[in-house]
Design a protein around this ligand. Sequence first.
Ligand SMILES: Cc1cc2nc3c(=O)[nH]c(=O)nc-3n(C[C@H](O)[C@H](O)[C@H](O)COP(=O)(O)OP(=O)(O)OC[C@H]3O[C@@H](n4cnc5c(N)ncnc54)[C@H](O)[C@@H]3O)c2cc1C
Length: 314
Amino acid sequence: MSSVLFLVDHSGGKVAKAAAELATFAKSIGESIAVVFASNPAEIASQLNNISVDKVITATGDWDKYGPAAIADGLAQIIAAKKPNALLITSSAAGKEIAARVAVKTNSGIITDAVGVDKDLITTQSVFGGSTTVHSAVTTGTPVITLRANSIEPVATTSAAAVEEFSVSISDSAKLATITSATAAVKGGRPELTEASVVVSGGRGTNGDFKPVEELADALGAAVGASRAATDAGWYPHSHQVGQTGKTVSPQLYVAAGISGAIQHRAGMQTSKTIVAINKDPEAPILEIADFAVIGDLFNVLPQATEKIKARKA
Ligand SMILES: Cc1cc2nc3c(=O)[nH]c(=O)nc-3n(C[C@H](O)[C@H](O)[C@H](O)COP(=O)(O)OP(=O)(O)OC[C@H]3O[C@@H](n4cnc5c(N)ncnc54)[C@H](O)[C@@H]3O)c2cc1C
């Protein structure tokens, strides 16, 4: 039977939704084996009981002093011991660094930013701003595949997966850089942009006033995104920029308010499942990819939408 390892994403002691998505992909291929690198592995492992996990491997050793290079050492050792058919990792900056290092260490092929992987390990990528879909497969070693968040609806199950400890030894090269301190970023109440299932973004059309964007986001339980015009103007932090030089999001619903839809913006959101555009200009390029559009002033449209959503919830 095929088996697939996946690296469990977590932060602040909580397993991320992206981990449940990787588990769902892994389970669709074969036995799903979660690999946990955490300073509190038991706490993280206990949260894996409601996602598609058959086995849990928790890494022990002093890998956490050294970061991605040491995690890659550990994953390469687990691959050598367990001989899985593939390793899945979330397509975050850290995830891609770890994936690249594991691929080098195991002499394996790597595919990044996939939005799907089937039971034959053929991946789907959406490239060139979403204008081209690529199917590819790794032909050497153990395929190392990074998957974008929100590419699959995670399946909730109840499992009581056995937990096994794996002692990781750190190579001298991984010890060349040491983490001296790590402080988790202070987060507001909104979900993380790349993980959110709904994103409401604002652009130059907000004229610097993101209040209606934030209010709609809060009514929908969404993350807030921004175009580069908005972040460059200092209206919203760069960490919220969506696009070629910002973050890539693939939510179930993406609302673009006062955003024209330049190719560089599309590159970061075109794989969203449903796109809603609010724009004064009926010719705005975003309308070419929008599933629904409201032609109008966002300062009229967004508050009305927020009010209706709140009324429905009440
Ligand atoms: C190398 C490179 C990388 C880049 N990377 C990125 C990136 O990562 N992300 C990104 O977003 N851009 C990026 N850009 C910039 C990109 O080309 C566009 O300039 C930018 O996306 C435009 O942002 P915008 O849509 O908010 O502004 P505009 O293009 O100015 O569009 C504003 C829109 O708001 C509408 N509007 C105005 N007022 C209202 C209102 N009251 N109500 C409703 N609609 C209104 C207008 O009709 C217009 O369509 C990059 C550019 C380059 C060259």
